[in-house]
Design a binder for this molecule. Structure first.
Ligand code: BGP
Length: 469
């Protein structure tokens, strides 16, 4: 079986992780520009001031993507580049950069797939309460509408937000992303609710413009499975899926929050300030959402947490994705299992978990259109005789594409696959050593680009529409 002709083979990036040019051409300061410079927050103090200089080298990069045969490039727009203080004047130079980027893609026949919010919030808004402040919702709708009007004649695929659970939980529960707040479930749930309202309002504005493209949201997709069939661990996995899947998918796809979670957060006093108008608006907007993007890296293996056990603060690895973390409400814990495979950063490699998760999603939400908007292997790639021989990445992507193919066979509505990432880039908290790209960036040699082995491999996969997978 080959992948259908309207299935998009792509690869992804995000503005802060690739662009650099953090203070050029009228760009405002983002929360990440500030946060990454606080000592101890990122690996070896790395930041996105220069990143991989995509801002100045996008032509060279897109030429390489075209050589790879890439059908679609998922990138994000930096909000402070478009509106420096988040809510004021539009910066013409910001629009100009993305116009060039989009046009360059289209000149090569590469479909631009645009994310509006991949975590870089204008600092002025962060200081006014960030996503816990409902004024940020209004500002986002204004920014999103400016993007639709400026780019919507050529961009027909829009993602409003990337991974609400990650920027809200790392921002308000783990203190590891801006605004760096720990253990504040009340603010965490408020931020997530405000994001869903912002998403729904952006969808409404987009539909009003009648640009006839599609719009959706991207969530991280980490389905939870119990480590065994003990009832307490099965309950723990159910709880994990309610809090980390249903809470994020239900308001967008069903227009209502899961009762299981609502009941519990009400008891704890963590219920957000949500108005009846907002709740009915979510219900009204849900059928207008066109698709869901899934970022899949790994499943969660879950056990019930013993509340009397010492847990202590989670390690840096656990905060950034490795198992070994107690849930913020103390109900369950993610664990590493002897019989599973893991990356160098401790993330499980599980194409089976991917397929099982996709089946779980279909059972819960029916025939919703899906794009895999991120999937890939973070590795320190081996270099032999000057060649980057990232065989492990090839194996990883091949196994996951097999799962996608099987999903399509089973009638799961999958319309595209975006490898993370198109080019080596800055990992938010893990610096430049954790590589994901098809294109290598030489940090010792003026950020020179070089094709990896996976580049040639992915090129063949695309040319053959995955016939050999
Ligand atoms: C996702 C983010 C990406 C990317 C990826 C890999 O959660 O959407 O931006 O960073 O994870 O994560 P890491 O860089 O921590 O390995």
């Amino acid at each position: 079986m080959r992948f259908p002709h309207d299935f998009l083979f792509g690869a992804a990036s995000a503005a802060y992780q690739v662009e650099g040019a953090w203070n050029e051409d009228g760009k405002g300061v983002s929360n990440w520009d500030v946060f990454s410079k606080i000592p101890g927050k990122t690996f070896e103090g790395t930041n996105g001031d220069v990143a991989v200089d995509h801002y100045h080298r996008y032509k060279e990069d897109i030429k390489l993507m075209a050589e790879m045969g890439l059908e679609s490039y998922r990138f994000s727009v930096s909000w402070p580049r478009i509106i420096s203080d988040g809510n004021g004047e539009i910066n013409p130079k910001g629009l100009e950069f993305y116009n060039h980027l989009i046009n360059e893609c289209l000149d090569y026949g590469i479909v631009p797939f645009v994310t509006l919010y991949h975590w870089d919030l204008p600092q002025v808004l962060e200081e006014a309460g960030g996503w816990t402040n409902k004024k940020t919702v209004d500002a986002f709708v204004k920014y999103a509408t400016a993007c639709f009007k400026a780019f919507g004649d050529r961009v027909k695929h829009w993602i409003t937000f990337n991974e609400t659970i990650v920027f809200c939980s790392l921002g308000y529960l783990d203190g590891a992303h801006p605004p760096g707040i720990s253990n504040d479930p009340k603010r965490y749930f408020q931020a997530t609710h405000n994001v869903f309202v912002a998403h729904a309002r952006a969808v409404e504005e987009y539909k009003k413009l009648k640009q006839y493209g599609e719009i959706g949201i991207t969530h991280v997709f980490s389905p939870a499975f119990p480590v065994d069939d003990k009832p307490e661990n099965e309950e723990a996995a159910y709880h994990a899926n309610q809090y980390s899947l249903a809470w994020f998918y239900d308001p967008v796809l069903k227009g209502a929050y899961p009762e299981y979670v609502v009941r519990r957060i009400r008891e704890k006093g963590w219920e957000p300030d949500w108005t009846p108008e907002e709740l009915s608006f979510l219900k009204w907007a849900a059928p207008k959402n066109d698709f869901i993007g899934l970022n899949y890296y790994q499943p969660q293996r879950v056990i019930k947490h013993d509340p009397d056990a010492e847990s202590g603060p989670a390690s840096r690895e656990a905060v950034t994705g490795a198992p070994g973390k107690v849930s913020f409400d103390g109900v369950y814990k993610t664990v590493r299992m002897e019989d599973k495979k893991y990356t160098k950063w401790g993330w499980e490699i599980s194409p089976e978990g991917f397929l099982d998760g996709l089946r779980m999603l279909k059972a819960a939400y029916g025939d919703i259109k899906l794009y895999i908007t991120e999937n890939g292997l973070g590795d320190q790639d081996p270099i032999e005789n000057g060649e980057i021989v990232d065989v492990a990445r090839i194996q990883y992507i091949e196994e996951h594409l097999k799962a996608v193919k099987q999903g399509i066979r089973e009638g799961i509505h999958l319309k595209g696959y975006y490898a993370w990432s198109v080019i080596d880039l800055l990992s938010w908290l893990n610096g430049f050593k954790k590589q994901y790209g098809f294109i290598y960036v030489d940090q010792q040699n003026h950020l020179a680009r070089k094709k990896k082995l996976s580049f040639t491999w992915y090129k063949q996969v695309i040319a053959n529409r995955g016939g050999d997978i």
